[in-house]
Design a protein around this ligand. Structure first.
Ligand code: PLP
Length: 405
């Protein structure tokens, strides 16, 4: 190792950088090199932030919201979060039980940092959002990945959960609607999971509900706390404005949980980022309290695209996908392509090979299931236009037709 690398602490060696951010960077690099690329890696809505929210942010800047705020978030935003949780989730919290962060991501990171002792286990059902295991590792914990196959709808069953719990289990991460599978836990599934958790008081629950408003058809989003309210004293509910209001760049997320945990997370904010951006917090109050028709219309747009993408992908030889109930991703099996040969003689052995193949031969970028802990799959984001979906699927179908059996 060269001398310049010796400055990097060994604790960083356990984690890798985010696969989705890396895939996006590779798409951007190919585009910069002049290649036409169809990018299905997008982890954010492709619409602008609704005008009334932007307006609120501009007004906040003009009226002096340009300074530090309280580390837990402004009182106005924390009160708006309490109203949101009561109105949309039928959950009741005190003001000392909510904290605002610079996105949902640092809330999750800080929750692990403030609770994990070396060797503590965190159950992460796979497929999972790429950051959970890395955040656990960075904070000295041990991710206990439980693979949840397509025949269980990519969801952890109560039985699988009971099997995975040990005396060292500190957290279960429950992400519904799920990134990358789009799976949404039903009331019965949550109740069964809740019963297992009631019997295991050492386990805390991190329920990541960031995609809650993107559920389709007759699917309803429910929180574990709706079915099993007795878990509230050991549950951290995480949500935010990024996906719901197309506000990824504003960096506003929030957490709700027991006061001692919220206090610990706030302490870490105090000593790291100080607070979320003041004007973004003011805009988030308007997002949460204001008209919600922008959310309804975004969900409708995503639903149309979901239907189209599933139909187009299923028509491609070697691809197979279920209709996701939520989020804005299709998690497609590419098992049918494993074992085929490329024109240059290279074998397709894994989903990483499929991702490379469609990137090189079709100019389409999607993320391999390996990065999400379940193979052989590819995650396709449908936060792109119907036209892009058509162009991408046409290009993949043409490339696949050249593969040899
Ligand atoms: N949780 C999940 C499941 C996500 O997919 C993402 C972003 O991709 C986040 C949390 C992070 O959201 P934020 O932008 O609020 O940090």
């Amino acid at each position: 190792m060269s001398k310049s690398h010796q400055i990097i602490a060994t604790r960083l060696s356990v984690a890798k950088s985010s696969a989705s951010i890396a895939a996006k960077a590779s798409a951007d690099a190919m585009r910069a090199a002049g290649r036409e690329i169809i990018d299905f890696t997008t982890g954010e809505p492709d619409f602008p932030t609704p005008g009334h929210i932007v307006q609120a942010g501009v007004q906040a800047l003009q009226s002096g919201h340009t300074r530090y705020t309280a580390s837990a978030g402004t009182l106005a935003l924390r009160q708006a979060v309490l109203r949101k949780l009561s109105r949309e989730n039928q959950l009741s919290y005190e003001i000392g039980e909510v904290v605002v962060g610079s996105g949902a991501k640092p809330i999750i990171f800080n929750a692990f940092m403030s609770t994990l002792e070396p060797g503590d286990e965190v159950i992460v059902p796979a497929p999972y959002w790429v950051s959970y295991p890395e955040m656990v590792l960075l904070n000295g914990g041990v991710p206990k990945v439980v693979e949840c196959a397509s025949d269980t709808g990519f969801k952890i069953s109560a039985a699988a959960l009971a099997n995975a719990i040990t005396q060292k289990t500190k957290w279960l991460v429950l992400n519904s609607p799920n990134n990358p599978s789009g799976a949404v836990y039903s009331e019965d599934e949550l109740r069964a999971i809740g019963e297992v958790l009631l019997k295991n008081p050492q386990v805390h629950i991190l329920t990541d509900e960031i995609y809650e408003h993107f559920v389709y058809g007759s699917t309803r989003h429910l929180s574990l706390l709706n079915t099993t309210p007795a878990l509230q004293s050991r549950t951290l509910l995480v949500n935010g404005c990024s996906k719901t209001y197309a506000m990824t760049g504003w960096r506003i997320g929030f957490g709700a949980g027991p006061a001692h945990l919220i206090k610990a997370i706030t302490l870490l904010i105090t000593q790291s980022t100080t607070c979320a951006t003041a004007a973004a917090q003011a805009a988030a109050v308007v997002a949460l309290d204001g008209p919600q028709d922008c959310v309804v219309s975004a969900a409708k747009t995503f639903e149309d695209r979901r239907n189209h993408m599933v139909q187009r992908l299923n028509a491609i030889d070697g691809f197979e996908c279920e209709v996701p109930d939520g989020a804005f991703y299709v998690f497609a099996s590419v098992a049918g392509l494993i074992g085929r040969k490329r024109r240059d003689g290279r074998d397709i052995c894994t989903d990483l090979d499929v991702a490379e193949f469609i990137r090189e031969e079709a100019g389409v970028v999607a993320i391999d299931g390996t990065s999400y802990g379940l193979s052989p799959y590819l995650r396709f984001s449908f936060a792109s236009s119907l036209n892009e979906i058509d162009k991408g699927c046409d290009a993949i179908a043409a490339a696949v037709s050249q593969l040899q059996h």
